[in-house]
Design a protein around this ligand. Sequence first.
Ligand SMILES: [Zn+2]
Length: 369
Amino acid sequence: MHARLAVIVAAALLVVVPVPGSAQNPGAQEERISDPPELRRNVRRILGGVPMTAADSMRQEIVRRLDFESYKALLRGLTEFGDREQGTARNRAANDWIEERLRGWGYETERVHYTFARRVGDSPEPRDQVFGTLVGATRPDEMYIIGAHMDGRGGGEAANDDGSGTALVMEIARVLASEDIVSDRTIRFALWNNEETGLQGARAYVEQRAELQGIEDPPGSGRYPEPRWMGMIQHDMMLWDHGNPVTSQQALDADVDVEYQLVSEMADESAQLGLALINANRMHATDYPAVLSNAMSNTDSTPFMDLTPSVSLRENRRLYETGNGANPHWHQPTDLFETFSDRDFMLGFNAAQTTLGALTELAGIRLVR
Ligand SMILES: [Zn+2]
Protein backbone atom coordinates (compact mmCIF):
# COMPACT_ATOMS: atom_id res chain seq x y z
CA MET A 1 0.00 0.00 0.00
CA HIS A 2 1.14 3.53 -0.73
CA ALA A 3 2.63 4.93 2.47
CA ARG A 4 0.52 8.08 2.48
CA LEU A 5 -2.65 6.12 1.77
CA ALA A 6 -1.79 3.78 4.63
CA VAL A 7 -1.63 6.74 6.99
CA ILE A 8 -5.01 7.96 5.81
CA VAL A 9 -6.54 4.48 6.23
CA ALA A 10 -5.03 4.14 9.67
CA ALA A 11 -6.39 7.56 10.64
CA ALA A 12 -9.82 6.58 9.35
CA LEU A 13 -9.73 3.40 11.41
CA LEU A 14 -8.86 5.40 14.47
CA VAL A 15 -11.94 7.46 13.94
CA VAL A 16 -14.42 4.66 13.44
CA VAL A 17 -13.20 2.15 16.03
CA PRO A 18 -14.51 3.16 19.44
CA VAL A 19 -12.06 2.56 22.25
CA PRO A 20 -12.72 2.66 25.98
CA GLY A 21 -12.66 6.22 27.17
CA SER A 22 -13.28 7.72 23.74
CA ALA A 23 -15.91 10.32 22.99
CA GLN A 24 -18.29 7.56 21.92
CA ASN A 25 -17.84 5.90 25.25
CA PRO A 26 -17.54 8.59 27.89
CA GLY A 27 -18.46 6.28 30.74
CA ALA A 28 -15.38 4.11 30.39
CA GLN A 29 -12.89 3.67 33.15
CA GLU A 30 -9.79 4.91 31.38
CA GLU A 31 -9.30 7.91 33.63
CA ARG A 32 -9.88 5.81 36.70
CA ILE A 33 -7.56 2.85 36.05
CA SER A 34 -4.03 3.51 34.87
CA ASP A 35 -3.39 0.25 33.05
CA PRO A 36 -0.62 0.20 30.46
CA PRO A 37 -2.13 0.18 26.96
CA GLU A 38 -1.32 -3.49 26.37
CA LEU A 39 -3.48 -4.42 29.36
CA ARG A 40 -6.42 -2.24 28.40
CA ARG A 41 -9.30 -4.24 27.14
CA ASN A 42 -11.16 -3.50 23.98
CA VAL A 43 -14.38 -5.44 23.83
CA ARG A 44 -15.82 -3.21 21.11
CA ARG A 45 -13.76 -3.79 18.00
CA ILE A 46 -16.57 -5.34 15.97
CA LEU A 47 -19.71 -3.25 16.35
CA GLY A 48 -19.66 -3.57 20.13
CA GLY A 49 -21.29 -0.55 21.71
CA VAL A 50 -22.55 0.85 18.41
CA PRO A 51 -26.20 1.90 18.67
CA MET A 52 -28.34 0.87 15.70
CA THR A 53 -31.55 2.63 16.67
CA ALA A 54 -32.71 5.63 18.67
CA ALA A 55 -33.87 3.19 21.34
CA ASP A 56 -30.33 1.79 21.59
CA SER A 57 -28.97 5.30 22.19
CA MET A 58 -31.55 5.96 24.88
CA ARG A 59 -30.67 2.67 26.58
CA GLN A 60 -27.00 3.58 26.49
CA GLU A 61 -27.82 6.89 28.12
CA ILE A 62 -29.60 5.06 30.95
CA VAL A 63 -26.81 2.50 31.46
CA ARG A 64 -24.19 5.28 31.55
CA ARG A 65 -25.83 6.61 34.68
CA LEU A 66 -24.32 3.68 36.56
CA ASP A 67 -21.44 5.14 38.53
CA PHE A 68 -18.27 3.21 39.33
CA GLU A 69 -17.53 5.22 42.47
CA SER A 70 -21.11 4.82 43.68
CA TYR A 71 -20.87 1.05 43.15
CA LYS A 72 -17.66 0.92 45.17
CA ALA A 73 -19.13 3.12 47.91
CA LEU A 74 -22.15 0.82 48.28
CA LEU A 75 -19.85 -2.20 48.43
CA ARG A 76 -17.67 -0.49 51.04
CA GLY A 77 -20.79 0.32 53.05
CA LEU A 78 -21.79 -3.35 53.10
CA THR A 79 -18.31 -4.48 54.14
CA GLU A 80 -18.44 -2.20 57.16
CA PHE A 81 -20.86 -4.71 58.70
CA GLY A 82 -18.28 -7.50 58.48
CA ASP A 83 -19.29 -10.80 56.88
CA ARG A 84 -23.03 -10.31 57.60
CA GLU A 85 -23.40 -13.96 58.59
CA GLN A 86 -27.04 -14.99 58.95
CA GLY A 87 -28.42 -14.87 62.48
CA THR A 88 -25.95 -12.23 63.70
CA ALA A 89 -26.46 -8.61 64.73
CA ARG A 90 -24.23 -7.54 61.80
CA ASN A 91 -26.56 -9.36 59.41
CA ARG A 92 -29.59 -7.57 60.87
CA ALA A 93 -27.84 -4.20 60.80
CA ALA A 94 -26.88 -4.71 57.16
CA ASN A 95 -30.48 -5.60 56.29
CA ASP A 96 -31.65 -2.36 57.93
CA TRP A 97 -28.97 -0.40 56.05
CA ILE A 98 -30.01 -1.89 52.71
CA GLU A 99 -33.66 -1.08 53.39
CA GLU A 100 -32.79 2.50 54.41
CA ARG A 101 -30.90 3.01 51.15
CA LEU A 102 -33.77 1.65 49.03
CA ARG A 103 -36.28 3.82 50.88
CA GLY A 104 -34.01 6.82 50.60
CA TRP A 105 -34.12 6.45 46.82
CA GLY A 106 -37.93 6.43 47.02
CA TYR A 107 -38.77 2.73 46.81
CA GLU A 108 -41.42 0.95 48.81
CA THR A 109 -39.80 -2.00 50.54
CA GLU A 110 -41.07 -5.18 52.12
CA ARG A 111 -39.59 -7.98 54.15
CA VAL A 112 -40.02 -11.69 53.57
CA HIS A 113 -40.23 -13.47 56.93
CA TYR A 114 -39.30 -17.13 57.30
CA THR A 115 -37.66 -19.43 59.81
CA PHE A 116 -34.31 -21.15 59.83
CA ALA A 117 -32.96 -24.09 61.84
CA ARG A 118 -29.33 -25.03 61.43
CA ARG A 119 -29.87 -28.70 62.26
CA VAL A 120 -32.83 -31.04 62.31
CA GLY A 121 -34.26 -30.86 65.81
CA ASP A 122 -33.07 -27.28 66.46
CA SER A 123 -35.95 -24.93 67.15
CA PRO A 124 -36.50 -22.71 64.11
CA GLU A 125 -35.52 -19.05 64.50
CA PRO A 126 -37.08 -16.11 62.68
CA ARG A 127 -35.18 -14.62 59.77
CA ASP A 128 -36.06 -11.99 57.17
CA GLN A 129 -34.82 -10.31 54.00
CA VAL A 130 -35.58 -7.09 52.14
CA PHE A 131 -36.85 -6.35 48.68
CA GLY A 132 -37.68 -3.09 46.94
CA THR A 133 -39.91 -2.69 43.91
CA LEU A 134 -40.12 -0.38 40.91
CA VAL A 135 -43.76 -0.70 39.83
CA GLY A 136 -44.27 -1.03 36.09
CA ALA A 137 -45.89 1.95 34.38
CA THR A 138 -47.86 0.03 31.74
CA ARG A 139 -47.41 -3.65 32.72
CA PRO A 140 -47.37 -3.63 36.53
CA ASP A 141 -48.53 -7.26 36.45
CA GLU A 142 -45.27 -8.53 34.89
CA MET A 143 -41.96 -8.53 36.75
CA TYR A 144 -38.25 -9.17 36.44
CA ILE A 145 -36.46 -10.01 39.68
CA ILE A 146 -32.80 -9.06 40.04
CA GLY A 147 -31.05 -10.45 43.06
CA ALA A 148 -27.95 -11.04 45.12
CA HIS A 149 -27.40 -12.41 48.62
CA MET A 150 -26.60 -9.97 51.40
CA ASP A 151 -25.45 -12.64 53.87
CA GLY A 152 -21.89 -13.92 53.84
CA ARG A 153 -19.45 -15.98 55.84
CA GLY A 154 -15.75 -16.49 56.45
CA GLY A 155 -15.06 -13.96 59.20
CA GLY A 156 -13.86 -11.20 56.86
CA GLU A 157 -16.15 -8.72 55.11
CA ALA A 158 -17.77 -10.98 52.49
CA ALA A 159 -16.82 -8.25 50.05
CA ASN A 160 -16.86 -10.43 46.97
CA ASP A 161 -19.31 -13.10 48.22
CA ASP A 162 -21.66 -11.43 47.92
CA GLY A 163 -21.20 -7.75 48.72
CA SER A 164 -20.20 -7.41 45.06
CA GLY A 165 -23.60 -8.64 43.84
CA THR A 166 -25.59 -6.84 46.52
CA ALA A 167 -23.96 -3.48 45.71
CA LEU A 168 -24.56 -4.13 42.01
CA VAL A 169 -28.30 -4.64 42.52
CA MET A 170 -28.42 -1.54 44.74
CA GLU A 171 -26.54 0.60 42.20
CA ILE A 172 -29.04 -0.41 39.50
CA ALA A 173 -31.86 0.47 41.91
CA ARG A 174 -30.26 3.86 42.55
CA VAL A 175 -30.15 4.66 38.84
CA LEU A 176 -33.70 3.48 38.16
CA ALA A 177 -35.05 5.65 40.99
CA SER A 178 -34.47 8.72 38.84
CA GLU A 179 -37.64 10.70 38.14
CA ASP A 180 -37.05 10.81 34.40
CA ILE A 181 -36.91 7.01 34.09
CA VAL A 182 -39.93 4.71 33.85
CA SER A 183 -40.15 0.98 33.33
CA ASP A 184 -43.08 -0.60 31.52
CA ARG A 185 -42.75 -3.79 33.55
CA THR A 186 -42.18 -4.10 37.28
CA ILE A 187 -38.63 -4.67 38.53
CA ARG A 188 -37.91 -6.11 41.98
CA PHE A 189 -34.58 -5.71 43.76
CA ALA A 190 -34.19 -8.76 46.03
CA LEU A 191 -31.39 -8.98 48.58
CA TRP A 192 -31.57 -12.57 49.75
CA ASN A 193 -30.59 -13.76 53.22
CA ASN A 194 -29.45 -17.28 54.21
CA GLU A 195 -27.88 -18.09 50.85
CA GLU A 196 -24.80 -19.47 52.56
CA THR A 197 -26.80 -21.93 54.66
CA GLY A 198 -28.69 -23.43 51.74
CA LEU A 199 -30.69 -20.78 49.84
CA GLN A 200 -33.36 -20.62 52.55
CA GLY A 201 -34.20 -16.96 51.87
CA ALA A 202 -34.79 -17.39 48.14
CA ARG A 203 -36.62 -20.68 48.75
CA ALA A 204 -38.91 -18.95 51.24
CA TYR A 205 -39.69 -16.26 48.67
CA VAL A 206 -40.63 -18.88 46.07
CA GLU A 207 -42.67 -20.93 48.56
CA GLN A 208 -44.59 -17.94 49.86
CA ARG A 209 -45.11 -15.97 46.67
CA ALA A 210 -45.13 -18.21 43.57
CA GLU A 211 -48.87 -18.77 43.93
CA LEU A 212 -49.60 -15.06 44.28
CA GLN A 213 -48.26 -14.30 40.80
CA GLY A 214 -50.42 -12.06 38.66
CA ILE A 215 -53.19 -11.65 41.24
CA GLU A 216 -54.57 -8.12 41.39
CA ASP A 217 -55.16 -7.23 45.03
CA PRO A 218 -57.52 -5.66 45.84
CA PRO A 219 -59.41 -6.48 42.61
CA GLY A 220 -59.64 -3.45 40.33
CA SER A 221 -56.89 -1.59 42.17
CA GLY A 222 -54.22 -2.06 39.49
CA ARG A 223 -51.93 -3.30 42.26
CA TYR A 224 -50.15 -6.64 42.00
CA PRO A 225 -48.34 -7.67 45.21
CA GLU A 226 -46.62 -10.40 43.20
CA PRO A 227 -46.56 -9.65 39.48
CA ARG A 228 -46.10 -12.58 37.12
CA TRP A 229 -42.43 -13.57 36.98
CA MET A 230 -40.79 -12.86 33.60
CA GLY A 231 -37.28 -13.79 34.69
CA MET A 232 -34.85 -13.93 37.59
CA ILE A 233 -31.29 -12.61 37.29
CA GLN A 234 -28.93 -13.42 40.17
CA HIS A 235 -25.46 -11.95 40.83
CA ASP A 236 -23.11 -13.91 43.09
CA MET A 237 -19.34 -13.28 43.42
CA MET A 238 -18.61 -10.69 40.80
CA LEU A 239 -15.05 -9.34 41.23
CA TRP A 240 -12.30 -11.91 40.75
CA ASP A 241 -11.32 -13.68 37.53
CA HIS A 242 -7.58 -14.10 38.05
CA GLY A 243 -7.17 -17.39 36.20
CA ASN A 244 -6.42 -20.79 37.67
CA PRO A 245 -3.60 -21.18 38.63
CA VAL A 246 -4.38 -17.85 40.29
CA THR A 247 -2.37 -14.76 39.33
CA SER A 248 -2.14 -11.34 40.98
CA GLN A 249 -4.30 -9.54 38.39
CA GLN A 250 -7.46 -10.14 36.45
CA ALA A 251 -6.71 -12.70 33.75
CA LEU A 252 -6.43 -11.30 30.23
CA ASP A 253 -9.49 -13.41 29.33
CA ALA A 254 -11.45 -12.29 32.40
CA ASP A 255 -15.17 -12.13 31.69
CA VAL A 256 -18.68 -12.09 33.12
CA ASP A 257 -19.98 -15.66 33.30
CA VAL A 258 -23.71 -15.95 32.64
CA GLU A 259 -24.96 -19.37 33.70
CA TYR A 260 -28.29 -21.10 33.28
CA GLN A 261 -29.17 -24.67 34.25
CA LEU A 262 -29.59 -27.14 31.40
CA VAL A 263 -31.38 -29.60 33.70
CA SER A 264 -34.37 -27.45 34.55
CA GLU A 265 -37.95 -27.00 33.37
CA MET A 266 -37.19 -23.56 31.88
CA ALA A 267 -33.81 -24.36 30.31
CA ASP A 268 -34.66 -23.07 26.82
CA GLU A 269 -36.22 -19.86 28.11
CA SER A 270 -33.34 -19.38 30.55
CA ALA A 271 -30.84 -19.74 27.69
CA GLN A 272 -32.78 -17.04 25.83
CA LEU A 273 -32.56 -14.78 28.87
CA GLY A 274 -28.85 -15.52 29.00
CA LEU A 275 -28.45 -14.55 25.34
CA ALA A 276 -30.23 -11.26 26.02
CA LEU A 277 -27.57 -10.58 28.65
CA ILE A 278 -24.74 -11.54 26.29
CA ASN A 279 -26.09 -9.12 23.68
CA ALA A 280 -26.53 -6.40 26.28
CA ASN A 281 -22.95 -6.91 27.41
CA ARG A 282 -21.81 -6.33 23.83
CA MET A 283 -23.74 -3.10 23.64
CA HIS A 284 -23.21 -1.66 27.12
CA ALA A 285 -20.21 -3.15 28.96
CA THR A 286 -17.07 -1.01 28.84
CA ASP A 287 -14.31 -3.47 29.73
CA TYR A 288 -15.21 -7.13 30.04
CA PRO A 289 -17.04 -9.48 27.66
CA ALA A 290 -19.60 -12.05 28.77
CA VAL A 291 -20.01 -15.74 27.99
CA LEU A 292 -22.95 -18.09 28.44
CA SER A 293 -22.76 -21.59 29.90
CA ASN A 294 -25.27 -24.11 31.17
CA ALA A 295 -24.35 -25.36 34.67
CA MET A 296 -25.84 -22.70 36.97
CA SER A 297 -25.53 -23.99 40.52
CA ASN A 298 -25.41 -23.13 44.22
CA THR A 299 -27.08 -19.74 44.18
CA ASP A 300 -30.44 -18.07 44.74
CA SER A 301 -31.66 -18.43 41.15
CA THR A 302 -31.85 -22.21 41.66
CA PRO A 303 -35.24 -22.19 43.46
CA PHE A 304 -36.68 -20.21 40.53
CA MET A 305 -35.30 -22.25 37.62
CA ASP A 306 -38.27 -24.59 37.12
CA LEU A 307 -40.77 -21.72 37.31
CA THR A 308 -39.34 -18.78 35.37
CA PRO A 309 -36.31 -18.07 33.12
CA SER A 310 -33.38 -17.94 35.55
CA VAL A 311 -29.70 -17.11 35.20
CA SER A 312 -26.85 -16.15 37.45
CA LEU A 313 -23.95 -13.81 36.70
CA ARG A 314 -20.57 -14.67 38.22
CA GLU A 315 -16.86 -13.95 38.01
CA ASN A 316 -16.23 -17.64 37.30
CA ARG A 317 -18.33 -20.66 36.47
CA ARG A 318 -19.41 -21.96 39.85
CA LEU A 319 -18.85 -25.70 39.45
CA TYR A 320 -15.86 -25.84 37.13
CA GLU A 321 -13.86 -22.81 38.30
CA THR A 322 -14.98 -21.46 41.69
CA GLY A 323 -15.39 -25.03 42.92
CA ASN A 324 -11.85 -25.81 41.75
CA GLY A 325 -9.95 -23.14 43.62
CA ALA A 326 -10.24 -20.17 41.23
CA ASN A 327 -10.84 -17.74 44.10
CA PRO A 328 -8.57 -18.19 47.15
CA HIS A 329 -10.58 -15.58 49.11
CA TRP A 330 -13.88 -17.46 48.84
CA HIS A 331 -15.36 -17.84 52.35
CA GLN A 332 -12.05 -16.70 53.85
CA PRO A 333 -11.14 -13.85 56.25
CA THR A 334 -9.33 -12.27 53.28
CA ASP A 335 -12.62 -11.56 51.45
CA LEU A 336 -12.10 -7.88 52.32
CA PHE A 337 -12.78 -4.67 50.40
CA GLU A 338 -9.04 -3.89 50.46
CA THR A 339 -8.18 -7.24 48.85
CA PHE A 340 -9.59 -6.09 45.51
CA SER A 341 -8.27 -3.61 42.94
CA ASP A 342 -10.17 -1.23 40.71
CA ARG A 343 -9.75 -3.71 37.89
CA ASP A 344 -11.53 -6.29 40.06
CA PHE A 345 -14.32 -3.88 41.02
CA MET A 346 -14.68 -3.05 37.33
CA LEU A 347 -15.74 -6.63 36.58
CA GLY A 348 -18.66 -6.25 38.98
CA PHE A 349 -19.43 -2.87 37.46
CA ASN A 350 -19.49 -4.44 33.98
CA ALA A 351 -21.95 -7.03 35.25
CA ALA A 352 -24.15 -4.12 36.39
CA GLN A 353 -23.90 -2.58 32.91
CA THR A 354 -24.80 -5.96 31.42
CA THR A 355 -27.86 -6.56 33.58
CA LEU A 356 -29.19 -3.01 33.39
CA GLY A 357 -28.61 -2.98 29.62
CA ALA A 358 -30.61 -6.19 29.22
CA LEU A 359 -33.35 -4.93 31.52
CA THR A 360 -33.82 -1.71 29.57
CA GLU A 361 -34.92 -3.84 26.64
CA LEU A 362 -36.66 -6.72 28.45
CA ALA A 363 -38.62 -4.62 30.92
CA GLY A 364 -39.08 -1.58 28.67
CA ILE A 365 -37.11 1.01 30.65
CA ARG A 366 -37.38 4.46 29.11
CA LEU A 367 -36.34 8.04 29.62
CA VAL A 368 -39.28 10.43 29.89
CA ARG A 369 -38.49 14.07 29.26
ZN1 LIG B 1 -22.37 -16.43 47.15
